[in-house]
Design a protein around this ligand. Structure first.
Ligand code: KG4
Ligand code: ZN
Length: 338
């Protein structure tokens, strides 16, 4: 252990995954996660059940992170945690746990914005090149769809976002309509691989400027499925893969159109994607087609959905700048970039 090495414990508990990671500077030593299966049968995250599960998961997950990193708590330089945005009950568990552990170890705590972390995940040490600044950040998750001008690690400005549903939410809600389990995004992606994406056509909502919308598509999709099953009760079963491929194409095409527009208007050809939906294979294929125009960064699969390594890397950059939080800090469900 060199004297200058910085050890950060990252804690993520904004939604339905309890995660802990340990970083040595920008290198991930461990990255542990406890997924909450309980929500599957309800077709979406039940906030009260999520916070209870975080309470039972947090100590085992943090212990596992220390074991896998092979370090002890006394070696920590600071604890970074998700302050928001997210579900209040879930955020409270991570925030208060971090404050308690930080106090007992007498080390600084560092609050982290979850959406910022989805973009800075690209700066975790790996054998791939990290994006230079500035770039157009595109955060696509279950709770957000944002277009962000990123000028530096901690200098970000949101220029547009969804007016209603997030893209991941649209995947999950459309999946629910055809009877898929929550979260439906990965299942739609899988089924769509075998399907014909041109078979069914759904509208793309027209929104001026850098904002985007998904709820109109979801309603059109629901009406289409209802009408079709009235005519043929086996419609979904007979057409599942084509339905998945067609709706996936619509949701991703909508996003690509907006990225193209924002890239052109802001003269940014470096496009950096983050958040759970960046795992989507149709999105990756669509972005590949743009490779001549753009320099594209997509996170490795284990860093696409919620994880604590991304919280740890933001903690590291804030640590270098001495951006520590007051122990009076509280969880903030609607936290914005600062
Ligand atoms: O970033 P994330 O783990 O959590 C939030 O911050 O919301 O994103 C979860 C979202 C869910 O809506 C899930 O359905 C979606 O990411 N997702 C996908 C895929 N993998 C995860 N959507 C489409 N295709 C995928 N392969
Ligand atoms: Zn997320």
């Amino acid at each position: 252990m060199s004297k200058e090495d910085i050890y950060i414990l990252g804690i993520e508990s904004s939604c339905d995954d309890t995660a802990a990671a340990i970083l040595k500077n920008d290198e991930v030593l461990s990255n542990c996660i406890a997924n909450q299966e309980i929500h599957k049968k309800y077709g979406g995250v039940v906030p009260e059940l999520a916070s209870r599960a975080h309470l039972s998961n947090i100590i085992p997950v943090v212990s596992q992170a220390f074991d896998e990193a092979n370090i002890n708590p006394e070696m920590l330089s600071a604890i970074a945690f998700t302050k928001g945005p997210g579900l209040i009950g879930s955020l409270l568990v991570g925030t208060e746990f971090s404050k308690a552990l930080g106090l007992s170890l007498n080390i600084p705590i560092i609050e982290v914005n979850h959406m910022q972390a989805h973009l800075l995940v690209h700066y975790i040490k790996s054998n791939k090149k990290s994006p230079d600044f500035p770039f157009l950040g595109v955060t696509i998750s279950g709770g957000h769809t944002q277009f962000v001008i990123v000028e530096d690690y901690l200098k970000m400005n949101i220029i547009g976002e969804t007016l209603d549903d997030a893209i991941g939410e649209a995947f999950d809600k459309c999946g629910k309509i055809i009877g898929l389990d929550y979260p439906a995004g990965p299942e739609i992606d899988k089924l769509a691989k075998e399907g014909d994406c041109e078979k069914f056509d759904f509208p793309i909502p027209k929104v001026e400027g850098f904002n985007i919308s998904y709820s109109g598509t979801k309603t059109a999709f629901m009406n289409f499925i209802n009408n079709s099953t009235l005519k043929d009760s086996d419609f979904i079963q007979k057409n599942k893969i084509d339905i998945c491929a067609s709706i996936q194409k619509n949701l991703i095409d909508n996003l690509i159109l907006k990225i193209r527009y924002a890239s052109k208007m802001k003269s940014l050809k470096r496009i950096v994607i983050g958040g759970g939906v960046s795992a989507n294979s149709f999105l990756k294929d669509s972005l590949k087609l743009e490779e001549n125009n753009w320099e594209i960064f997509i996170p490795p699969l284990n860093y696409t959905t919620d994880n604590a390594a991304m919280i740890g890397i933001v903690g590291y950059f804030k640590y270098l700048k001495g951006m520590f939080s007051d122990y009076n800090t509280i969880a903030s469900p609607r936290l914005e970039f600062k």
